[in-house]
Design a protein around this ligand. Structure first.
Ligand SMILES: O=c1nc[nH]c2c1ncn2[C@H]1C[C@H](O)[C@@H](COP(=O)(O)OP(=O)(O)OP(=O)(O)O)O1
Ligand SMILES: [Mg+2]
Length: 202
């Protein structure tokens, strides 16, 4: 049997990845759009965990369903791990990502490769109607490239270079990105947590 879980995100790029990653699982993902929900959750937490739980919990309270959410971002070491939890708001919420990406490239213009380290972090939260809450975290390490490269993915992917694959996450196939990404890792851990929990309940 499949468990129906609402995924509380308005980000189409995330939604696409999440569907692909959970394709072969016992979870059936319903988007906010499909569920006909148009709620804005204020992301005022100071950590990815707080914001992920807040997004999932508010939609759970609204629907009474099991709800999953992702809060994620880019930590640039040279920028004291910014934009971090503020990644979506960095440079303005409605500013196109080619401009947001260029802002980071400009800050790191003369910075040598060894100081360009960065990571994507994803925290997935699942909240059940009885309040039971799980969180998992995934990370992918990389470096900030010198140029914008690639047109796959979304957000900061065109400046996030992964040395092991000699390309940015925007130059990878979606299948490869999902296999090695912060979101892919966090969701794999969440699948295991939920299987354990739901298996026990049977
Ligand atoms: O794989 C990724 N590739 C590129 N960029 C990424 C990735 N993962 C997160 N990011 C960036 C995009 C956004 O600036 C922020 C997430 O912000 P975050 O609030 O979690 O998501 P969001 O506002 O886009 O959608 P929502 O809150 O409805 O899920 O980090
Ligand atoms: Mg957001």
């Amino acid at each position: 049997m499949k468990y129906k879980i609402i995924f509380a995100t308005k980000n189409e790029g995330k939604m696409k990845e999440i569907r692909m990653i959970l394709e072969d699982s016992n979870i059936e993902i319903v988007s906010l759009k499909e569920a006909g929900i148009d709620l804005d959750v204020e992301e005022d937490g100071l950590t990815f965990e707080e914001n992920a739980i807040k997004k999932a919990k508010e939609i759970m309270e609204h629907t009474g369903s099991i709800v999953m959410a992702d809060d994620s971002g880019l930590e640039v070491d040279y920028m004291d791990k910014k934009p971090g939890v503020y990644s979506a708001r960095y440079g303005g919420e409605d500013t196109p990502y080619n401009i947001k990406n260029q802002m980071i490239l400009d800050i790191l213009k003369d910075v040598p490769e060894e100081k360009r380290t960065a990571r994507f972090v994803s925290v997935i939260a699942t909240v059940f109607p009885d309040g039971k809450t799980f969180t998992t975290r995934g990370v992918i390490e990389g470096i900030i490239d010198y140029d914008i490269k690639g047109d796959q993915g979304f957000g900061y992917d065109p400046i996030f270079y992964v040395p092991e694959y000699n390309c940015t996450t925007a130059e990878m196939s979606p299948a490869l990105k999902n296999k090695i990404s912060h979101r892919g890792k966090a969701l794999e851990l969440m699948k295991k947590e939920l299987n354990k929990y739901l298996g026990e309940k049977k």
